[in-house]
Write a protein that binds this ligand. Structure first.
Ligand code: NAD
Length: 409
């Protein structure tokens, strides 16, 4: 199943339960606009190179579209479409006044110099500037794009349309970024973890977590869960894994990663293979790296009681079925990792109002949004006896569907 097919699978499953009808189903599943552009730049050595750039705008019934930009060799139209639709449902689950979009450039940014990367980003904006904007489509960082890339986007877009900080989120703090944005996805995972653990009669304190990925999402989740009393028993990144049944010293692990660039070789635990972390003996598994890593086979071996999806689409639909049979609770990406887009929304609001919020306010508002979304999804799950993923889709499709009909087709 391709990424777009997997995203569509969940959408269709919920749409059928809701009986929205074939026409509305087709309307909601079809993207508004799919753009593929040629991005040609001159390399530092004078050579010309051409890359493919994508922006897929899935739905705007609830507001301007929102979604990240990836710079990765595997970016293609199919993956981008799947992720764009995920953004429509995610922004609806947390009730932000947004639709969904996603984009990227098929490139290995590690092979470009900083100047080449800047030229590539600016050229991409030249191709896109007519269809993005603070009231149309607001990009954000994703895999291999960062606050610096967002700053270039803001600058290039502003050359066409005048000073426009609200055209992108995830900007540097010195250039209209929001306090609390960097840790927002990890913090959102913490808030959701607190809620679901309370529902099953546990708490974060003393609960054992295994985390795949130690980048933006995984590292902040590990830090915040540990600060809340959670026991982080296994962690991995692209280079390998590390585990300790008694719990890893997370601040010491951060220091090790800062010095060496990886969790691998951390002296405070036993080395393991990255994939071992997915099947580690723990209570909660947090996949926070790649999509599609939890397949049917992996799911059969997962020992956790709860899976908290930090990454986008880490579980395949087949894995989801295995978890349902095993009674493993899966908190879906469109709820669990929505903290990032929520604080991106706060950044956009601050930019539009020319104000700056204190971090306390950002974190407090984030907690309110995540708790409310969890509560609404939980209510649907309990009343209709549905898994959390299907319930989240039911909530999202209901909201997007209503907005679509009210606006008129
Ligand atoms: P990142 O690039 O900061 O970190 C990715 C991490 O995954 C790195 O530690 C990397 O070493 C690790 N990794 C890569 N391949 C791996 C493998 N095979 N095994 C174990 N670890 C591996 O990315 P991120 O921003 O943390 O995003 C991670 C995921 O979360 C992505 O799916 C992304 O779309 C999703 N997400 C991110 C945000 C956000 O705000 N950053 C929000 C929502 C969802």
């Amino acid at each position: 199943m391709t990424s777009a097919e997997a995203a569509n699978h969940y959408f269709k499953k919920a749409a059928r339960i809701m009986d929205v009808g074939e026409r509305i189903e087709t309307l909601l599943a079809t993207p508004l606009r799919e753009l593929k552009v040629q991005v040609s730049i001159e390399l530092d050595n004078g050579e010309i190179r051409t890359f493919s750039g994508y922006r897929i705008q899935h739905d705007n019934a609830r507001g301007p579209m929102k979604g990240g930009l990836r710079f990765h060799p595997e970016v293609d139209g199919d993956e981008t479409l799947g992720l764009a639709s995920l953004m429509t449902w995610k922004t609806a689950v947390v009730n932000l006044p947004y639709g969904g979009a996603k984009g990227g450039i098929q490139v290995d940014p590690g092979k470009l110099s900083l100047k080449e990367l800047e030229r590539l980003t600016r050229k991409f904006v030249d191709q896109l500037h007519d269809v993005i904007g603070p009231t149309r489509d607001i990009p954000a960082p994703d895999m291999n794009t960062n606050p610096q890339v967002m700053a270039w986007i803001m600058d290039q877009y502003s050359k066409y349309h005048g000073h426009s900080p609200a055209v992108v989120t995830g900007k540097p703090l010195e250039l209209y970024g929001s306090r609390g944005r960097e840790a927002a996805t990890g913090r959102g995972l913490l808030f959701v973890a607190r809620e679901i653990l309370r529902d099953v009669g546990m708490g974060v304190k003393g609960t054992r977590f295994a985390i795949q990925g130690f980048g933006n999402v995984g590292s902040h989740a590990a830090r915040l869960l540990a600060e809340d009393g959670g026991v982080v028993v296994a962690v991995s990144d692209v280079h390998g894994g590390i585990q300790s049944a008694r719990g890893l010293d997370v601040p010491a692990l951060f220091e090790h990663v800062r010095r060496s660039g990886s969790v691998k070789g951390f002296p405070g635990g036993t080395p393991c293979r990255g994939e071992d972390v997915l099947v580690a003996d723990c209570d909660v598994l947090v996949p926070a790296a790649l999509g599609g890593v939890i397949t049917r086979q992996v799911a059969a071996d997962v020992r956790a009681r709860i899976v908290l999806e930090g990454a986008n689409a880490p579980c395949t639909p087949e894995a989801d079925e295995v978890f349902e049979k095993k009674g493993v609770l899966v908190v879906p990406d469109i709820l669990a990792n929505a903290g990032g887009v929520t604080v991106s929304y706060f950044e956009w609001v601050q930019n539009l109002q020319h104000v700056t919020w204190e971090e306390e306010r950002v974190n407090g508002e984030l907690e309110r949004v995540m708790k409310e979304a969890y509560e609404k999804v939980g209510q649907i799950s309990r009343s209709r006896k549905l898994p959390l993923r299907t319930s989240a889709y039911v909530l999202a499709i209901g909201r997007v569907g209503k907005a679509t009909v009210l606006r008129g087709i």
